[in-house]
Design a protein around this ligand. Sequence first.
Ligand code: ZN
Ligand code: ZN
Ligand code: FE
Length: 757
Amino acid sequence: LIRAAIEVRGVVQGVGFRPFVHALATSHRLGGFVRNRGGVVEVEVEGPNASVDGFVRRLRLDAPPLARVEDVIRTAREPRGEREFRIVESAGAADAPAIVPPDIAACAACVDELFDPRGRRYRYPFTSCTACGPRLTVAIAGPYDRERTTFAAFAMCAECASEYGDAADRRFHAQTIACPACGPQLAAIDARGATAATGDDAIAYAADRLRAGDVVAIKGVGGYHLAIDARSDPAAARLRARKRRDDKPFAVMAPDLATAGALVELHADERVALIAPARPIVLARRRAGAAVAGVVAPGSHLLGVMLPGSPLQHLVAAALPGVPLVMTSGNRSDEPIAFADADARVRLAGIADAFVVHDLPIHDRCDDAVVRAVGGTVRVLRRARGYAPAPIASPDGLARPTLAVGGQKKSVFGLADERRAIASHYLGDLDHLPAYRAFAAAIERYQQMTGVRPERVACDRHRDYASTRWARTRGLEVVEVQHHTAHVLACLAEHGADAAPAIGIAFDGTGYGDDGAIWGGEVLIWDGAVMRRDTHLAYVPMPGGEAAVREPWRMAIAHLAAAGADVDAAGAPGSLARDAVLALIVDRFHTPRTSSMGRLFDAVAAVAGVAPPRATFDGHAAMALESCAAGEAPSGEYPLAFGPRGIDASAIVAAAAADARAGVPAGVIARRFHSTVVALIEAACRRARARTGIDRVALSGGVFANGIVLGESIERLAASGFGVIAHRAVPTNDGGLWLGQLAYAAALDRAGVQECA
Ligand code: ZN
Ligand code: ZN
Ligand code: FE
């Protein structure tokens, strides 16, 4: 007979770990107890030697699906003759670090209960259990117990309390337990602020309004969504006008998998992603004739589709069978999603015709996650609800606690110690004050949650990024990491390959370069310690700077002029505009130099005639170009030229313009350009391999969100004998920079170098 004390570390609170330990100990006929202490789970068991050993083994192997067991530390204790096993009161400081799990969609058992008229949770929208429900967005502090969640305001009724205390119940120690008698309640509010319905009637009210073409704001798990009937053109147009979102595609919630499958083509991997517990938005190819209004996702061959995740979404979907709903974040333009009730009512007042609200506070906002399957692999493009915060292994050799603040527009930061790295949820565009405040507040929260006190901070080299400015005023050692170095290292580190040499292809829209130019078409060589720029797209002027990002035809003029071709092929809105831009180039006035691949997409989209006159979101013209190419079979490439000044991209634009002049359809031009980019990547890698012998390639940067470029690059490079690494769990766009910044700090540690800025 022995007694053992066991400490379990990792994501072990809020995942049903104590009930699991209770069941496991009982089945092994062990006495003792389990409790949360600070952020860890503490267990003491007593019984025969073999049973204790078996118990400890199973602790790791059979852990609940949402748990992440990192460490199991066992120490011997003196037996006390304890025969019974109990869950006891949590101990430890209320501000002890504890990693909260992600918010998880209602599990199958909870959905069954939701629609079971005999059960006491029939149609109750706050049904959850130890295996599902909100976590990150309701947890206030650690250890994860009800009194430190926003459920604290709801005292359990006798029936809930008995389920909570029953070791055989699915809700044994489920902190988000609630029922119609004791839990949060729904209400519907009309545009004038009057209560229109309460409880289940609020769902019927919302369904009626949605059927009538109204915009309904629905308080979700991580913030407010704006919903409309996705089939209605006038409703979609109204939502766009009110939200001031001109063209950026809206995501659609399909009521069930069958309806989703009628909207988009779903391969096996996409189906799996749709029904995964994270319930992300899945970008998939839209079917011809899909029952969705044209203005929902104008000019895109893709449609973002998700399935109901929360019980409330299940109820709304069930009230509108077969009806796809636009489900977009509750905000104006690109501001952060509204999540606090008073703020939401003000900010969404001119947008929503009605609100569905409830009295469970959201502690922290969290957007929907976005994924896309390319090459048979599901890739996360926005790491948010359902994914964050889940720890990953720290980059190899990271010797000190480090905070990496990421980029600017798709803000995500990462916090790491020697062993593990945790990325924040997606925080949005730091150009907006509320997002910047959320960024600063979330850094505090994550430090508390992880217990990691950073000794240095890694950031982008761009001094105008809000994240960089924040980083430089902390009084900590600062490590500045070049943008594209961070992209490539993020990709390598995600695969645990950042300590080995690789060729890095970093293609994106904009990143601050070491020479002050705007980089974005970079071929880099990483030797395991130092990043070297091998080659890049040859510099061209970027007339008007930021204005050239908004107006794609400006980049077409820049490239055509550089190639000595007729600039009228750029499609400028008139000769005055054309001449003004040419004058900027000649005078080098407000005209930085750029090697950006994203801007090359803009230029080709403009000469092909598919660019918007004004890009209203990140990657707008590139998305149009990809959609245009998506329906075409490959039919040739444009010429490639590698020279001392870099890769001549202007010749590509000139060739595309010549095609356009000859009457070649836009789809064929777009397709040829995509083939050209893939050929360029392969050629650049072959040249780098010939010189260095390195045959591993990392593909990173926002351009690799493009399905054709990524999918065909992987194929072509693999066929040429390269080992190809692309992003999966960490976004290829600037939402992945934090990991590359951490990997760079780790490389400094491995080399024993300090870098002070
Ligand atoms: Zn459940
Ligand atoms: Zn209850
Ligand atoms: Fe970038």
